[in-house]
Design a protein around this ligand. Sequence first.
Ligand SMILES: Nc1nc2c(c(=O)[nH]1)N[C@H]1C(S)=C(S)[C@@H](COP(=O)(O)O)O[C@H]1N2
Ligand SMILES: [Mo]
Length: 424
Amino acid sequence: MSGISRRKLLKAMSAGAGALALGRFAEAAAQSRGPDELPTFTGPGANPYWTSVGPVATYPQKYPLVLLTDRPVQLETPRHYFESAFTPNGAFYVRWHLDEIPNTVDLAEWRLEITGNVERPVKLPLSTIVTKMQRVSVAAVNQCSGNSRSRFQPRVAGGQWGNGAMGNAMWAGVSLRELLETAKVKPGSVQVQFQGMDRGKGPEGLGSNAFLKSIELTDPVMNECILAYEMNGEPLPMLNGFPLRLVVPGYFATYWVKALTTIRVLDKPDENFWMKTGYRVPNTPRGNTTPEEVKAGGVKTVPISRMPVRSFLITPEEGAKIPMGMSVMVRGIAFSGYGGVTRVEVSEDDAKSWAPARLGEVHGPYSFRTWEYLWKPQRAGMHVLAVRATDVKSNVQPDEPVWNPGGYLWNRIERQQIMVGAAE
Ligand SMILES: Nc1nc2c(c(=O)[nH]1)N[C@H]1C(S)=C(S)[C@@H](COP(=O)(O)O)O[C@H]1N2
Ligand SMILES: [Mo]
């Protein structure tokens, strides 16, 4: 724990019952923070802010979640919901960019429009999509590109997410390719653009009043995209994009446009703010760069795409105290946007040596996969456990932090401190 966060924690605790009542969100008691006051995650040990640093809020169709901001709505999933491979809809994190988000939808009026560079523009009611087209499903992780942004050093602007801007669900709906075929894409088309019902200006008014994302027609992911009307066997919660959202398996969630109403086939590349300026990373192997290079200018960027491999240690919880002589089943999850995790390893000595964990059931290449590891602590005192995953493309999590100005793609090896007590 860094000096600044230790001081803040002590301050929050000395504030008495009010702060303590927040339990694991004790730090959240601090109301307005400048960027310098935000807790930092440096130092050799694990960090105590696994979940986040916000207060808790309850929105319609949602359990109490960590409130990052309410305009626009950004809610983070508390850690314990990652104990299973699928994240409950009520606990699923929420991220919108614009102020005006839909809170009701009249399905009698609602249509999905396929327009732009197509032979036959169509407008489909939801009933046609649900009853007349083939239903397909995929288990896929939805992760914000800024997940874990609060770890970045030097700090970067943007939502200071802990590790809870992610979730895994079984999505069901219709294939994007099949839908596009009904409208007949014209030759010369290059991208497909997606737009939802939300409205408002983007940062500095640059967003042209809608959140717009596009995918290359030749990108192989086009064949795996689905338009989902079901999430874990239920209609999507309003805040997660009811009645229909794009699911782009393996890709960061920025492309998973919610409350979808318009699919626009483009004959030239999309140059709107959310493609040309937002959600880009330096064109380097890990999307990494340095603040000095950014300051000097000329850093080439590419749009964000697939999610690098990650793994998380979920139980026992950070700060847990384990009696000496007891064995503990350590459990967690792992995933990769490049098509499945092949190996998870656990370290009992702060990432110096590694031993394999046992992998759980496969729910498909883009799902969370659970893992477990039987830990028999050999000594009393503080232990730093670490976990790292390898994916089918042999990508393995790095132990050096990456840095980029947007605070994207964080996938450094996670650590966690566990206290083993002496026998009584
Ligand atoms: N219509 C719409 N779709 C959107 C966004 C948005 O602002 N508007 N944000 C995107 C981003 S950046 C993220 S991280 C995910 C969040 O999905 P969730 O709220 O269902 O968790 O939605 C994506 N789809
Ligand atoms: Mo995001």
